[in-house]
Design a binder for this molecule. Structure first.
Ligand code: HXC
Length: 260
């Protein structure tokens, strides 16, 4: 399917979704957010896709936030709808079976930082900058930034970022645990693909259920989260992947997983 504001490419079991509004630094307007939801839903049911990469077109920005010129005329109800639309899409990204890697190629601000935080892991170019600058506009984050940021980096660092609206470098984002890896800009997509390929070589059912255990478990108390893990662990013993993975280890050979 062709999109107006996204580029979608699938090769070698990796789907790359690129935000493609470079003139406005890939700012998120309602059609772009809707397209993201449609694209991720479509990808989620594709058996030929094992990992998704999210990135931005151009060298300057991943996503510079929600489209400020479109938000100018929002009524209160339109603002509510826009927040709920994006929140729904981001929670779908957390729930979809394939791991989603953010390849952060530049500014990841406001809604852009929030999209990044919904990814399972992040690789950033050394030119990337992160921030929740909404307070500069007299508004607050609306795609889960006030909730995911404290869960990711801790309450006080999150408050510093959200209440001052200041940006941080990719290196600082790495130091506080917001991103997994920082690489030179020219190496970004290769670095993200390397991680994707490593994940693709592992047991597909295990990868999928481990993502589910972690993302769903974070919303539960520890007891219920561990009960969820135990159920998923046990369910894994009915898979062909488990038989193959364990047999391959014992026979000292590489596993040939089938994802069944
Ligand atoms: C619309 C944007 C934009 C945005 C940049 N542009 N960010 N348009 N929405 N979020 C446009 C600029 O207007 C400009 O268009 C072009 O992109 C290039 O941007 P410049 O500002 O000229 O570039 P630069 O000086 O390098 O500054 C880059 C920047 C700055 C630091 C990223 O653009 C910036 O501060 N942008 C806003 C960031 C922000 O506040 N994001 C949070 C939005 S609120 P022209 O036509 O002049 O060339 C949000 C809420 C999410 O995200 C939750 C919703 C529910």
């Amino acid at each position: 399917m062709a999109y107006e504001n996204l580029l979608v490419d699938v090769s070698e079991r990796i789907a790359t979704v690129t935000f493609n509004r470079p003139k406005s630094l890939n700012a998120l307007n309602p059609p772009t957010v809707r397209e993201l939801g449609t694209a991720m839903e479509e990808i989620s049911s594709r058996e030929d896709v094992g990992v998704v990469l999210l990135t931005g077109s151009g060298e300057k920005a991943f996503i510079a936030g929600a489209d400020i010129s479109e938000m100018k005329a929002f009524t209160t109800m339109q603002a509510l709808d826009f927040a709920l639309l994006g929140q729904g899409v981001l929670s779908f990204i957390e729930r979809m079976p394939q791991p989603v890697i953010g390849a952060i190629n530049g500014f990841a601000l406001g809604g852009g930082c929030e999209v990044a935080m919904a990814c399972d892991l992040l690789v950033a170019s050394d030119t990337a900058r992160f921030g929740q600058p909404e307070v500069n506009l007299g508004i607050i984050p609306g795609y889960g930034g006030t909730q995911r940021l404290p869960r990711l980096v801790g309450r006080n660092l999150a408050k510093e970022l959200v209440l001052t609206g200041e940006m941080i470098s990719a290196q600082r984002a790495y130091e506080i645990g917001l991103v997994n890896k920082v690489v030179p800009a020219a190496e970004l997509m290769n670095a993200a693909r390397e991680i994707a390929k490593k994940i693709l070589s592992r047991g597909p059912v295990a990868v999928r259920t481990a993502k589910m255990a972690m993302n769903r478990g974070l919303d539960l108390d520890l007891g219920n989260a561990c009960a969820l893990e135990a159920s998923l662990f046990a369910a894994g013993f009915s898979t062909a992947d488990r038989q193959e993975g364990i047999a391959a280890f014992l026979e000292k050979r590489k596993p040939a997983f089938t994802g069944r």
